[in-house]
Design a protein around this ligand. Structure first.
Ligand code: C5P
Length: 300
């Protein structure tokens, strides 16, 4: 039996960040949005365990984490331990989400692996348990399971779906060099020594999503980590300016960066913006959202 599960990248339409909690994590008020850049995880039965990662030519394989420390292996160990099993399988991860890019590519792999291995091992894990295991693996992993558009609180793992009936068009410009999420949060702390415990609420983004109006959403997009990411990577300001002068309604850094994402008025506008950016950037991706969370795409 082979199972392939696809999981989406995320953009934070709103990312409000508060002062660090005693456990070191930052309280968030965020609006996650799943977009059509995806990773696929395929699992086959095996007595042992082997993990292989395939990258498109625009992702340098050198950017990938050490296989021994891959979040997919951690996901397998956690699910196996939950059911008293030993981890087993041949696992192939096909990347389509920028690595260390602020779009939760590793979280997508973990979510897809949980769903795929649950099928392969015939575990029948309940939704509640799989969401709890996902939260143990990382703050963004539960959202990669759920997808769509959702409000995230806690450290991002507590989710509430947001009705989103529009299709939003995005252009994404990945960066050749990734950014470390903990480093961006550390710089946020240095730049915001008096941050309060309560993150900025996402009301304006939620109103714009409900209205389905790209101009209102463009005006409302908000990322508290953007200044920290720009401080570490000043070149990203040029990328944001380039997308906006190519016709995007608004550009923001995605999550902790360094991928820059641009909201566009329509599919045609997104293609035009991408065309303009291609003059200066090698890799420019057009996508839309919301899309589904981790789901089986091939089974047999
Ligand atoms: O939960 P996850 O493994 O994705 O977090 C990676 C790192 O990002 C954490 O170790 C922490 O440094 C930072 N982080 C944070 N507050 C959050 C989420 C992540 O400080 N809400």
């Amino acid at each position: 039996m082979t199972v392939t599960v696809r999981a989406p990248a995320k953009i934070n339409l709103h990312l409000g960040v508060g002062a660090p909690r005693p456990d070191g994590f930052h309280p968030l008020a965020t609006v996650f949005h799943a977009v059509g850049l995806c990773d696929d995880v395929t699992v086959d039965p095996s007595d042992g365990w082997a993990l292989h990662v395939q990258t498109p030519d625009w992702i340098p394989p050198a950017d990938l984490p050490d296989p021994a420390d891959n979040i997919v292996t951690r996901a397998a160990d956690l699910l196996a331990a939950h059911h008293g099993l030993r981890r087993s399988g041949l696992v192939e991860v096909e990347k389509g989400i920028p690595v260390a890019g602020g779009m939760a590519g590793g979280s997508a792999d973990a979510a897809a692996a949980l769903v795929a291995l649950d099928r392969l091992w015939d575990c029948g894990t309940s939704d509640d348990d799989i969401l709890r295991l996902a939260a143990e693996l990382g703050s963004d992993v539960p959202f990669a399971l759920v997808g769509g558009t959702a409000l995230g609180t806690g450290r991002g793992e507590i989710l509430q779906p947001v009705a989103d009936h529009a299709t939003w068009w995005w252009v994404a410009v990945p960066s050749r060099q990734g950014l470390s999420t903990p480093a961006v949060y550390r710089r946020f702390d240095e730049l915001n020594p008096t941050a309060g415990a309560e993150p900025t609420p996402p009301d304006e983004v939620l109103r714009a999503v409900a209205a389905g109006d790209p101009h209102a959403l463009a005006a409302a997009l908000h990322n508290d980590l953007q200044d920290a990411a720009l401080d570490l990577r000043p070149d990203l300001a040029d990328t944001l300016a380039a997308g906006e002068s190519a016709g995007a309604l608004r550009g923001i850094v995605s999550g902790s960066g360094p991928t820059c994402v641009f909201l566009c008025e329509s599919a045609d506008a997104a293609r035009e913006v991408a065309g303009g950016l291609l003059a200066a950037y090698d890799v420019v991706l057009v996508t839309n959202g919301p899309v589904a969370g981790a789901h089986v795409v091939a089974y047999g």
